[in-house]
Design a protein. Structure first.
Length: 244
């Protein structure tokens, strides 16, 4: 198969969906994760789907801001409907609103029960719900993410992976190896703490990261080092280089 190369639309919140698709088409990126906050709230899904066809870009995931344990489950339905209109069966959710170590036993039980409940919804709908490994969520660490995946135990409840810019490369490699079999999409960037750098400066470590995964994943650029859409060309070139 081979990796698919794409972009998270939130990289360019100030640009229109059409401007983003034009830029992607020009640099040879084929898949996109639409953010539900600015570019593609559910009510705009039909219009976005039409634009995708025009620029020959496929939607590989719907990046929602649905937060398990916070957002009412009843609201998930509209996101699932929008994802299907966009042509994807993968939705990104947030798992909780604080780090795993900050959950009490009771709070953890409630969160896990909700995760199991939405996994059943996902199975019935024929979709996959993916949790992002991100600070200030339950999946902030490899141990908690692995614990959650094993507890829910569903092919319809999976993970994204991205390096944690506040942790060491060794810690990030360990996390990648632990959850590689649960991972659907990978967010790609070169950050150190709060600072963003060109991806080409991190090609070697990214080759190591990607070696932890099967090559059937979507590799999605997330944010530019300078926040400019003009930098997409060089970042896309670096992205493709990491997969060689």
């Amino acid at each position: 198969m081979g990796f698919n190369f794409g972009l998270c639309s939130i990289s360019f919140r100030k640009n229109t969906p059409e401007e983003i698709l034009q830029a992607m088409n020009a640099v040879g990126l084929s898949v996109i994760e639409w953010g539900s906050d600015v570019h593609c709230p559910p009510e705009k899904a039909k219009k976005i789907a039409e634009l995708q066809k025009r620029y020959n870009i496929k939607c590989c995931s719907y990046g929602t801001y649905f937060c398990l344990g916070v957002t009412p489950i009843c609201e998930l339905k509209e996101y699932i409907k929008a994802a299907k209109i966009l042509g994807t069966d993968v939705l990104r959710l947030w798992c909780g609103d604080k780090n795993s170590e900050d959950y009490s036993a009771e709070q953890k039980e409630l969160l896990f029960n909700e995760c199991m409940a939405v996994a059943k919804i996902a199975e019935a709908e024929g979709i996959t719900l993916c949790m992002e490994c991100h600070n200030n969520t339950y999946t902030n660490a490899e141990e908690s993410a692995l614990e959650l995946m094993r507890a829910v135990n569903s092919q319809h409840f999976r993970m994204y992976w991205q390096p944690n810019q506040f942790r060491s490369e060794e810690e990030n490699i360990a996390y990648a190896r632990q959850i590689s079999c649960y991972t659907v999409n990978i967010h790609v960037f070169n950050w150190k703490g709060e600072e963003k750098y060109p991806l080409k400066a991190a090609t070697d470590i990214w080759k190591t990261y990607l070696g932890c995964f099967d090559n059937d994943k979507n590799l999605l650029l997330e944010f530019m080092p300078d926040n400019k859409i003009q930098s997409l060309k060089s970042e896309a070139e670096a992205l493709k280089e990491t997969a060689k």
